[in-house]
Design a protein around this ligand. Structure first.
Ligand code: MLT
Length: 385
């Protein structure tokens, strides 16, 4: 049996590999603290679970769900977009339910990428942007996100012929893994370039509700964005619902209908009981989310202060539950993370796992409770490389 050429080009998924290493250590009896994957330890709020429990009893929901999502869920998404960003979307044609935003991000390029098409992908980034490009025989062109440029791409460094041949640009703010946020002028530049060069703008907004300062922008707050853009939203991080698999995409109706065509040929939609819980969550966001974000904020403040004392260099994030930290001099990110696990039992993510430009960094996810975070700091303080 032989793998397809495209699968041969794809490395094991970053977090599957990290999980493997972690399990190995746990089997050896090491008391592992997992600060790797961005998977909140906080349970999904009770009231969301109660809605889902009741919805389970609805026998109508035991049949196939609507492919694009039930109208009530799409309406809740539209209401959220209107209330939070002041932008109106038609639930019929401009919104689609997703089995988590990862699913939509992975499937979207099938609709638009032909072999040899260029897709602009930030580096470092969530691996799915460039992997879905490779799956579709597209060519990722990496946009380095540097400390010096506040982890925003610099388009003046991209050759004009690349800009001309680009089909899709992926952007992601608040940013995973760097924790950076976008200013309005950056989004404006992206939309301007997209119109000039005929790009599709795909914005991953998975962390848009995990913020500690000003509310982050939707790409649709930029004039004319609806002509060229699609935005991927996730309920995973916002409501601590990673296991439920629910998100949505919103934007230009042609882009949404193309994604709907791909998906209807691949999956059968999101379980309607989960959509009901998701709609409830979105409709009650202002009540549910602040205590969750407050927990992440306290963790961020504590860890930022402790890491500073230990001499680590990083920009304190205004959003997301990640800290993107420089590795000590003279050691690669991979070696650092392996040593950290071996010596201290701490799992963190090596920057190189997010792309070449991630070398020199590691990422900590604030996804353990205060006690474990304190213990993690204690272990870090004893680390001698
Ligand atoms: C992360 O930790 O960066 C991701 O959210 C994990 C994932 O979705 O695979």
């Amino acid at each position: 049996m032989e793998l397809s050429e495209r699968l041969k080009k794809i490395p094991p998924y970053l977090f599957v590999e990290l999980d493997r290493l972690k399990n190995e250590k746990m089997k050896e009896g090491v008391d592992v603290i997992d600060l790797g994957i961005g998977d909140p330890d906080i349970p999904t709020p009770k009231e969301i679970i109660e809605v889902a429990k009741k919805a389970l009893e609805n026998s109508l929901y035991h049949r196939y769900p609507s492919n694009i999502g039930s109208f009530f869920f799409r309406k809740a998404c539209a209401n959220y977009m209107k209330k939070r960003f002041g932008i109106s979307f038609d639930p019929e044609s401009e919104i689609i339910a997703l089995i988590g935003s990862k699913e939509g991000i992975a499937h979207f390029p099938i609709a638009f990428v032909n072999p040899g098409d260029i897709v602009l992908s930030p580096d470092p980034s969530y691996p799915v942007y460039h992997l879905s490009t490779i799956f579709n025989h597209g060519i990722p062109y990496y946009l380095p996100l540097t400390w010096e440029n506040d982890f925003l791409p610099d388009f003046t460094k991209v050759p004009t012929n690349v800009l001309q041949k680009t089909k899709i640009i992926w952007i992601n703010y608040p940013n995973n893994p760097t924790g950076a946020i976008s200013k309005k002028d950056f989004f404006e530049e992206v939309i301007k370039l997209a119109k000039k060069y005929n790009w599709i703008v795909a914005h991953d907004a998975a962390y848009i509700e995990i913020y500690y300062e000003d509310p982050p922008l939707s790409i649709f707050e930029i004039d004319g964005a609806k002509d060229v853009a699609i935005e991927f939203h996730s309920l995973s991080k916002t409501f601590c619902m990673t296991g439920w698999r629910i998100g949505f995409a919103v934007g230009n109706s042609f882009l949404i209908s193309a994604l709907a065509k791909v998906k209807s040929n691949i999956d059968s939609g999101v379980f309607t009981a989960i959509q009901e819980a998701g709609a409830y969550a979105l409709n009650n966001l202002e009540k549910i989310v602040p205590p969750l974000v407050n927990t992440f904020k306290k963790r961020r403040d504590f860890l930022a202060e402790e890491l500073r004392k230990l001499g680590y260099q990083f920009k304190k994030p205004f959003a997301t539950f990640y800290l993107w930290i420089k590795t000590p001099e003279g050691i690669s990110s991979q070696q650092f993370c392996e040593k950290l696990l071996k010596i201290t039992g701490l799992v963190v993510t090596p920057g190189i796992g997010f792309g070449k430009a991630g070398e020199g960094y590691f990422r900590i996810a604030l996804t353990v409770d205060d006690q474990k975070l304190k213990e993690a700091v204690k272990r870090l303080s004893t680390l001698r490389l």
